[in-house]
Design a protein around this ligand. Structure first.
Ligand code: NAG
Ligand code: ZN
Length: 225
């Protein structure tokens, strides 16, 4: 009886740690490495992000203007963490609130992270950087809850191209990357030395694509506008 109980515990702790470990194909070493299976909705979902945004295939619509509150504030206490998959910023001095457009509620910024090489493509073009500003619907108390509802999360995704005109906010982020880039600094947040205003990460939003999709990392919850 003891043996059986022990093997059950071993089995379950192993599968739990697998569930937390996921990664991207190492295309620098092997361009043909297939995209790994992350399990659950990531493999079987029906509204999975990212997608190719195709200008001719998109329906045109008109919405009220989006409303950005506090995005112009210079954030002086931002923390940056290397979580092993990306770098992520959080610790905003005041609530940054997005509303308007086709949104029915207020959405507050939870965190900002980046993807080197964009996840979305526009007309099949992949851009060198994609910034995700992740918002939670204010009617839900936390991201875990919000991820259970199709109106739970709004992500603003911004695709960047290389330019001679520096972006001030990206510049502040790059300046602090050295403090988190080593393997040993993983999961240890540092203060972003230079303040930055989140609206410097967002270009004009007079025209944008919007669609119902998902988180692009496990659990891949289909809760994202
Ligand atoms: C999220 O909120 C729910 C409901 O209040 C609570 O039960 C849960 O523990 C919270 N989860 C986290 C990770 O804070
Ligand atoms: Zn992302």
């Amino acid at each position: 009886m003891h043996l059986i109980a022990l093997s059950l515990i071993v089995c379950c702790s192993v599968s739990f740690s697998w569930a937390n470990e996921w990664g991207y194909p190492d295309l620098d070493n092997n361009q043909d490495e297939p995209f790994p299976k992350w399990g659950g909705l990531c493999d079987s979902g029906k509204k999975q992000s990212p997608i190719n945004l195709h200008v001719k295939g998109a329906l045109k619509g008109e919405f009220d203007a989006l409303k950005f509150e506090n995005y112009d504030e210079h954030q002086k206490n931002l923390r940056m963490v290397n979580n092993g998959h990306s770098i992520q910023l959080s610790g905003f001095d005041h609530e940054l609130t997005l509303s308007g457009g086709a949104l029915l509620q207020d959405f507050v910024v939870e965190q900002i992270h980046m993807h080197w090489w964009s996840e979305h493509t526009i007309n099949d073009i992949r851009y060198p950087l994609e910034v995700h500003i992740v918002h939670r619907n204010n009617i839900y108390p936390n991201m875990t809850m919000a991820a259970n509802f199709k109106d739970g999360i709004v992500v603003i995704g911004v695709l960047y191209h290389v330019s001679n005109t520096p972006n001030e906010a990206i510049g502040s982020i790059i300046k602090s990357l050295g403090a988190v880039k080593s393997y040993d600094s993983m999961n240890k947040p540092v203060l972003v030395a230079d303040s930055l205003a989140v609206d410097d990460l967002v270009p004009s939003v007079e025209n944008y694509f919007t669609y119902a999709g998902s988180l692009t990392t496990p659990t891949c919850a289909e809760a994202v506008t």
